[in-house]
Design a protein around this ligand. Structure first.
Ligand code: ACO
Length: 402
C-alpha cells in the first residue's frame, strides 16, 4: 500500500500489484480454480466430469446460464447455435483483404472485431435479449471464422457449415474438407475435438478473460470485446504457448537433448522457459493437462501415428518432475503442453493451435462478459498506476535546448 500523496502530492492510497498476482478484479460465479489442489470447476462441475460425460455446447449453456440444460433446453440451445453458424457473405470479401500468408490469429483478431460491423443489430448491450443473441452468434460463428482463417491461409476455398453435424464435427469438416473429395468426419476425432473445446472453455480470470472484461467495462460491444480477448490470447505466455511448446519439442528433437534444455530453463541468465510448464494459479498438476495427455494418446492411436515428439514430451515431463527446480517452484505441465501434439495429430498446423483455443475460450469470454454487464454495480475498469517519472518541469523552447 502506497501513500501517493507522500511521493508527488497526489491524494489517495492504492495497492501496487504488478501482474495482479493478489488482486481480485471482480466477483464471479462462473469458474472456480483451486490451484493448490489442482481442481477446475465450471459452475461447480469438475471439468473432468464434463469432458467425460457432457459435450461442448452443453458446457457453453452451463457457463452462460449457470445450470446444465434440461433435454428441451439443450435441444433449443443447440438449434439456436446451429442456425447462426454462417457468417455474412460480405465477410468473405473482408477475409480477402488479408495477405495470403497471414497468421490465422491475425485473421481471427481482425475478423472477430469486424463482426461488430456486420452484426450491429446485436450490439445494443442495454437489451438482455440482444446480449444473448450476440452471445449465441459469437459461439456459433467462431468455428466458421477459425476454419475460414485456416482455409484462407492455405489457399483453399472456404467450406460452409453443414448444420446436421454437431459443433466439433462441423468445425473439423470446415477445416479439412477439400473440393472433389468425399470427406467423412472421423467420430473419434470429433469427440476428441469436443473434449478439447470443453477443456479450454474457461479458466476464471486469465489474462484474456480479464481483457474481455476490461474492454467490456467501458460499454464496448461484445464482438469488439471478444476480439480483444483473441488478441491477448495470442501471446506465447498465454494461449500462444501451445504453438510455442510444439516448436520447443521439435527443437529438442530427441530425449538425449532434454537435459540441456532443462539446464537452460533453470539458468537465471537465460530467458528460455519450458513452454507448456508453469501457471499463475495452478501450483499442482493442471487437471486439464492430465486429461489432454490422455486425449493425445487416444488421438495418436486413432490416426495410427507414432509421433517421436510425444515420447520427447513424456520424457521431458518425467525429467522436469524429478528436478528440484521445477518441484520447488511448483512448475507442472499446463494445458498447452500436450494440446499442440494432439492438434497436430488431428491435422492442424501449429499456426492454428491458438485459433482452436480461441474458439473454445469464446464460451468463457462471453459468459464472463455477460456476468459483468448484467451486474448493476459494474464500473469501468480503471487501474491506478505507480508513477515513477519526472516531477514537474518547466518547458524549454526548442531553440534553447542544448
Ligand atoms: N520454465 C522455467 N522456469 C519457469 C517457468 C518455465 N516454464 N515458468 C515460471 N518459471 C520460473 C520463473 O523464472 C520464476 O523464477 P524466479 O522466481 O526465480 O524468478 C518463477 O518460476 C515464477 O515465474 P513467474 O513468471 O513469476 O510466474 P507467473 O505466474 O508470472 O507466470 C506463466 C506464469 C506465464 C504461465 C509462466 O509459468 C510461463 O511463462 N510459462 C511458460 C509459458 C506457458 O506455458 N504459458 C501457458 C500458460 S497456461 C495457458 O495459457 C492455458
Amino acid at each position: 500500500v502506497l501513500d501517493v500523496g507522500k511521493l508527488y502530492g497526489q491524494a489517495g492510497i492504492f495497492t501496487y500489484d504488478p501482474g495482479f498476482t493478489s488482486t481480485a478484479s471482480c466477483e464471479s460465479k462462473i469458474t472456480y480454480v483451486d490451484g493448490d489442489a489442482g481442481h477446475l470447476l465450471y459452475r461447480g462441475y469438475p471439468v473432468e466430469d464434463l469432458v467425460a460425460r457432457g459435450d461442448y455446447l452443453e458446457t457453453c449453456y452451463l457457463l452462460l446460464y449457470g445450470d446444465l440444460p434440461t433435454a428441451r433446453q439443450k435441444a433449443d440451445f443447440d438449434y439456436r447455435v446451429t442456425h447462426h453458424t454462417m457468417v455474412h457473405e460480405q465477410m468473405v470479401r473482408f477475409f480477402q483483404g488479408f495477405r495470403r500468408d497471414s497468421h490465422p490469429m491475425a485473421v481471427m483478431v481482425g475478423s472477430v472485431g469486424a463482426l461488430s460491423a456486420f452484426y450491429h443489430d446485436s450490439t445494443d448491450i442495454a437489451d438482455p435479449h440482444q446480449r444473448m443473441i450476440a452471445s449465441i452468434r459469437m459461439i456459433a460463428k467462431m468455428p466458421t471464422i477459425a476454419a475460414m482463417a485456416y482455409k484462407y491461409t492455405t489457399g483453399q476455398p472456404f467450406v460452409y457449415p453443414k448444420n446436421e453435424l454437431d459443433y466439433a464435427a462441423n468445425f473439423l469438416r470446415m477445416c479439412f474438407s477439400v473440393p472433389f473429395e468425399e470427406y467423412k468426419v472421423n467420430p473419434v476425432l470429433a469427440r476428441a475435438m469436443d473434449r478439447i473445446l470443453i477443456l479450454h472453455a474457461d479458466n476464471e480470470q486469465g489474462a484474456s478473460s480479464s481483457t474481455v472484461r476490461l474492454a467490456g467495462s467501458s460499454g464496448a460491444n461484445p464482438f469488439a470485446c471478444i476480439a480483444a480477448g483473441v488478441a491477448c490470447l495470442w501471446g506465447p505466455a498465454h494461449g500462444g504457448a501451445n504453438e510455442a511448446a510444439l516448436k520447443m519439442l521439435a527443437e529438442i528433437g530427441k530425449p538425449e537433448r532434454i537435459p540441456a534444455f532443462i539446464a537452460r530453463a533453470k539458468d537465471p541468465d537465460d530467458p528460455f522457459r519450458l513452454l507448456g510448464f508453469g501457471h499463475r494459479v495452478y501450483k499442482s498438476y493442471d487437471p486439464r493437462a492430465r486429461v489432454m495427455h490422455g486425449i493425445c494418446r487416444e488421438v495418436l492411436a486413432e490416426v495410427g501415428v507414432a509421433d517421436p515428439l510425444f515420447e520427447v514430451a513424456e520424457e521431458l515431463e518425467r525429467a522436469a518432475m524429478a528436478d528440484e527446480y521445477f518441484v520447488e517452484k511448483k512448475l507442472f505441465p499446463n494445458l498447452d503442453f500436450y494440446s499442440g501434439l494432439t492438434l497436430r495429430a488431428m491435422g492442424f498446423p501449429p499456426a492454428m493451435f491458438t485459433a482452436v483455443f480461441s474458439l473454445a475460450r469464446t464460451a468463457g469470454w462471453i459468459a464472463q462478459w455477460m456476468e459483468m454487464i448484467s451486474d448493476p454495480s459494474q464500473k469501468i475498469g480503471r487501474p491506478r498506476q505507480l508513477y515513477t517519472g519526472a516531477t514537474r518541469r518547466d518547458y524549454v523552447p526548442v531553440a534553447k535546448r542544448g
